[in-house]
Structure formats: structure tokens, C-alpha cells
Design a protein around this ligand. Sequence first.
Ligand SMILES: Cc1cc2nc3c(=O)[nH]c(=O)nc-3n(C[C@H](O)[C@H](O)[C@H](O)COP(=O)(O)O)c2cc1C
Length: 334
Amino acid sequence: MPGMATRYLGLPLVSPVIASAGPTTGKIESLVELADAGVGAVVLPSLFEEEVVAEELSLHEGLEQGTNSYAESIDFFPATDYYDLGIDRHLRLVEQAKKNLSIPVIASVNAAHPGSWSRYATMMAEAGADAIELNVYAMAADPSRSAADVEASYLDIVKAVRDAVGVPLAVKLSPYFSSLPHFAASLVREGVDGLVLFNRFYAPDLDLATLAVEPKLDLSTSRELRLPLRWLGILRPQLPQVSLAATSGVHTAGDVAKALLVGADVACMTSAVLREGPSHIASVLSDLRVWLSNGDYESVDQLRGSVSAANTSDPALFERSNYVKVLSSYAPQG
Ligand SMILES: Cc1cc2nc3c(=O)[nH]c(=O)nc-3n(C[C@H](O)[C@H](O)[C@H](O)COP(=O)(O)O)c2cc1C
């Protein structure tokens, strides 16, 4: 049987498939199902700063009212502990996950203010998280901020969190950077242990009848994997020491194999698990074993990176010639 064990962020994993953040990783029952199905690690749903602030505000309003009618009620909720109630649910999930699972538990943080990132990351690490994933989900829509400004703000977040926590640190990125290899190398210099490529931006739609902007969440398909595949293949030889995770469009054993072939250490799944349930992981791993055996691979580690841009002397030239080749290969239908 080909060996499935691997490492990610310096942590030992039983398999190279991770359950990425989403509803299935938000409940202890489904986390146990995912672990039983063979995932190597789980990433818990992100703690969003807005969530914490909303809870703090609603608690504050409740307290104000309570104070008017019952002065003694304030004793139950000392003002300095407001935020503890807001993030309590996330911390409890980390603790429960650690208690019930023997695989690494990764906590995800999505803050909005510089100091909050390190504060929440520290709390997650203290609750027992084996690693922290920073889900930096920000739209660069301010015309007065240059690409360098945007990158500098990411690096500031990473620096602050790196100084605050000792556990391994991953950053989940969007694909929209002018020079991703340069920026990725800067993140690694700041002490990031892993890069997760790529976050999906859920662009809203327009309803033509009401002219309302409608939030839309479409689950991914395997077709979306091509963008992460391209960048994983380019970054792998440039950043040989950093862990790389593929996310967006991983649905089948073939998708996992492709991600590993271009150099990912792990492949993450959310949409596929939402569609098929946690047991889907077991069938993906079983198909992956068959694929590896048929190709005479002894382990997932043997497969890793064998089709990365390490075999291409000039990745930019390769991309350009591939672009021309693809356009000229189009055959009109019918
Ligand atoms: C319903 C839903 C909730 C999600 N919640 C989070 C989240 O809390 N934090 C995060 O970093 N990503 C979140 N994601 C993104 C996934 O972790 C994943 O990166 C993305 O869906 C692409 O992977 P996929 O093609 O396997 O779905 C969510 C995705 C879905 C569909």
C-alpha cells in the first residue's frame, strides 16, 4: 500500500487531504466524522472580528438596559471581559476538537484591525490550536493605496502574529497580487510556515428585477483548481522550505494527485465535503491509493513536485507559450 503520511507546517499528518474551513469543520460531530474518514488535519471556521464586535455591542446594549433597571446586574458581566463572551464559542470548539481528535487542529483568524489579529491568534493558540491560519480577506478598492501599501499591510499582520504566537503559521491568500512570487517570498521571510492557495472571493450578483445586490455562494468545481495548480507549480521550486496547501476546486483523487504533483504538501476540501458529506474523504483517499499503486508510487512524498516548474527553466516563457498554444488549439464546435 502506498504511504499516505506526510507533513504540513511541520506537523505530521496521516494523509495529505485537509478539511478546510467551512460549516463541516464547525461542529464536533462532523469533525469526528472527517477524522474517521481519514483527513490529515482540520481547519476550523474563521473567527471573524465583525462577529466578535457584534456580540460585544449586543452584550453592551443588554448591559446598559439591565443597569438602568437592576444596578447589580453589572456584577455578572465585568466590562473588561466583554470580548471573552464573543469569542468563547470559537475557543470552546478548539478545545473540544483537541479533546476529541488525534489529528492536528488548525484555527483560522480573520480580523480587521492590526492589534486584533495577534490578540485572537494568541487566544486560539492558548486554547490548544496546533497551528494558526490567517485568512486575510480584504478587497484592495482604495485608489490611494498602492500594491506596495497593500502588501505592507499584510506583512504587518504577519509580523505581529509571528511575534505573538509560537505555533506554526499559515496565510491563506487571494490570487490577486501583482507579483505573487515576490510577495510570497516576503511572507516567508517574515516567518510564515505555509501558504494556502487560494481563497475564493464570493462576488455578489445583481437581481435585474429589484436592482438589489445579492450575495451568492456557489460551491466550487474541479475546474477552479487550475489557478492554484499553476501557482503552486511556480512557487514550489522558488520556496522549497515552505508548506504549500491547495484550496479551491479539489473534489476528486485526481485533483489531489494533481495538487501534489505540482508541489503542494496537502490538498484542502470544503465544497466537495459539503456536497457529498464527510465520508467523501474516505473514497477520495481510497481512489488516491489505487492511482498511486497503478503508477508504482510508493508514497505521496515520492509524487510531490515531480511536475512543478522546477522542470522549466523559465516559467514565464512557459506560461506565454502555453497561452498561445491554448488559443490556437480551439476547434469551432459543429
Ligand atoms: C459555506 C462556506 C463557508 C466557508 N467558511 C470559511 C471560513 O470561515 N474561513 C475560511 O478561511 N474559508 C472559508 N471558506 C472557504 C473554504 O475554506 C475554501 O477555501 C473554499 O471553499 C475553496 O475550497 P473548495 O473548492 O474546496 O470549496 C468557506 C467556504 C464555504 C463554501
